[in-house]
Design a binder for this molecule. Structure first.
Ligand code: IPM
Ligand code: MG
Length: 357
């Protein structure tokens, strides 16, 4: 098979973690006889610096003409502390999601047996945790208009907006996911306060009869935030709006022991994007210390979701698991920093495992 992949490394640790994910992708392609074609493009703060636009047209065209996008990270502290900045790196990520029609962000929350002790949560609470958070990605308060400031600058507003069409398509995807799994769907909302949440709940209830085997449960987001820590095993598929999903998945990453472990797939209308759930971690940029596993696992999802190459994806996951079991891990996963491997050493280990396998 030919794999045409757009590579968008972005900012901070983006280039370092993408490099390792690409090495892994390459060795897997060689092993299985696939032809890998990669082309790179600018996104984020580097794109603002070089061409004044965080998601330039050339980047969008490349994404549109590729089979999949492998994405690193976006964000730069220079913009975080400048509330007056006119263009921000994050706008690049949002524009990409919107223009590619990536309305669903799939974030599996899994744990590695060998890392159970790395989680701040008690063993009996997290052993066997296996759920998928499905986050709506192109609507809600991230995109709703109006957004802005009053003329005197003293009032600011964001709008959360959802249409029936947007809610139906993400819920349908979530129901289908549940059908393929343990048939349990938790719809997370704030229907006791928000109008958009009440629309979500209404539509979910309308859809229930179409999926009679799926057991649906409705949970307020504040309660869900607690349950994720208290009893995460209760979840199978969780579906929620854009901002709740953003917050809850960072929280959920604590279960697995490190944010550096959780991958994601953003799917929808055009080319799918595969990216770690973590950000650009600017403090670590260029230091070769960031955990590449979330990005490597995102590459595994890319094989599965974009190319239906399940065996390839499974093998990558197995290699990552093996590296963790062997203690070939970055400093976020070691108590003793002197035992930590660098980003590229972890990549070396995984590539070597794959080439011998
Ligand atoms: C994520 C990130 C982004 C988001 C930021 C970088 C805009 O936190 O992908 O979860 O909020 O969606
Ligand atoms: Mg986030």
């Amino acid at each position: 098979m030919n794999l045409n992949i757009a590579v968008l490394s972005g900012d901070g640790i983006g280039p370092e973690i993408i490099e390792q994910a690409l090495r892994v992708t390459k060795v897997v392609c060689e092993k299985f006889g696939h032809v890998l074609i990669t082309r790179t493009a600018l996104v984020g703060a580097v794109a603002i610096e070089q061409v004044g636009n965080p998601y330039p047209d050339e980047t969008h065209n490349l994404c549109m003409n590729s089979d999949a996008v492998l994405f690193g990270a976006i964000g730069h502290p220079r913009f975080d502390n400048d509330p007056t900045a006119k263009v921000r790196p994050e706008q690049g990520l949002l524009a990409m999601r919107k223009k590619l029609g990536l309305y669903a962000n799939i974030r599996p929350v899994i744990i590695f047996e060998s890392l159970l002790d790395k989680s701040p949560l008690k063993l009996e609470r997290i052993e066997g945790v296996d759920f998928v958070a499905i986050r709506e990605l192109t609507g809600g308060i991230y995109f709703g208009q109006p957004q802005g400031r009053s003329e005197d600058g003293n009032t600011a507003y964001d709008s959360s907006v959802y249409t029936r069409m947007e809610v139906e398509r993400i819920l349908e995807l979530a129901f289908r996911f549940a059908m393929k799994r343990r048939k349990k769907l938790t719809v997370v909302d704030k229907a006791n306060v928000l109008a958009t949440s009440r629309l979500w709940r209404q539509i979910a209830k309308e859809m229930e009869p179409m999926f009679p085997e799926v057991e649906v449960d409705y949970m307020f987001v504040d309660n869900a935030a607690m349950q994720i820590i208290q009893w995460p095993k209760r979840f199978d598929v969780m579906v929620t709006e854009n901002m709740f999903g953003d917050i809850l998945t960072d929280e959920a990453s604590v279960i697995s022991g490190s944010m550096g472990l959780l991958p994601s797939a953003s799917i929808g209308i055009h080319t799918s994007v595969f990216e770690p759930i973590h950000g650009s971690y600017p403090q670590a940029a260029g230091k070769n210390i960031a955990n590449p596993c979330a990005t490597i696992l995102s590459a595994a999802m890319m094989f599965e979701y974009a190319f239906s190459l399940m065996e390839e994806g499974a093998l990558i996951r197995k290699a990552v698991e093996a590296s963790i079991v062997a203690g070939a891990v970055t400093e976020d996963l070691t108590d003793d920093k002197s035992k930590a491997m660098t980003t590229s050493e972890v990549g070396d280990w995984i590539v070597e495992y794959l080439s011998k396998y």
